[in-house]
Each structure stands twice: as C-alpha cells, then as structure tokens.
Design a protein around this ligand. Sequence first.
Ligand code: MG
Length: 165
Amino acid sequence: MSGDVEQRVGLGIDFHRFASGRPLILGGVRIPFDKGLLGHSDADVLLHAISDALLGAASLGDIGLHFPDSDPHFKGADSAHLLQSVVEMIEANGWQVGNVDTVIIAEAPKLAAHVSAIRERIAQLLKVSADQVGVKATTREQMGSLGRGEGMAAQCVAFIRRSLP
Ligand code: MG
C-alpha cells in the first residue's frame, strides 16, 4: 500500500415547501412546529442535501436516481434510512466521510435549541463524531418565497476520502 489518499468534495442543495398537518423532520430530528415539509418521503430537506453531497462527492449520481419519487416504495420514506443507504453505497466504493458542513435556510422555526440534537443524529447516521458535522441556520431576510416562510432549503458540502491501493 502506497499510503496515497484520494480526497473529494461534493455539494448538495434541496428545497421543500411547508404544509400543515405534517410533522417537521429536520436532520432526522422531529422539531416542534405548526407545519411540516411536503414531499414524497418525510421531506427531510437537510438529510436530502447531505445525501446529495455525499453521492456527488463519490460520483454516484443523486437521490432522485437512487430513490425516485415515482416509486411507491419510497412514499413516506424515513430519510434517515435513505442516508444510511447512501453511506453504504459510498463505503462500498471505499470512501469514508471526512466531514460535512450544512446550512439550513428558513424564516421559522428558530433552530438554535435543536442544533446539537441534529448534529448528534447526523453523526450517528454518517458513523462519524459530532465534531465532523456542521449545522448552521440562517434566514432569507424576508426576501423571496423562503423569506415569506413558504418552505425551507438546505445546503451541504461533504468531504470524503479513500486510501488508494
Ligand atoms: Mg428533497
């Protein structure tokens, strides 16, 4: 073994609109709020952005390819399970997660009190420690559809590495 290491970064972004009568699941954690996110799965916008960043880093496509919303199998799917499948896919190609950093964009709810639980849950799903997971939140300063509180967005950059034979 030469000891050479291959390193990659990937980018993920996702959007979901709010709907009443649904739970708000963010980073695999249920957040108390009067609305949830609408989607074919549980619409966990943060785990979707992380999944896409990891798949992109490993050149393995995107979550729409692996978990199509036209497939009834994924209706109401727990996005934590989808992310675990993504981690298995990248591991099967020899990759390990180095770190992820994320930003949630929403006018509401306030997320500061939930950030540490979200980081812990993501770390568990990625099989890394919480200090390898960044979770930040910002608003759109009332500009545009997100600024009117119509939904949420999330972005992620992921760093992965593998040893070369
Ligand atoms: Mg999504």
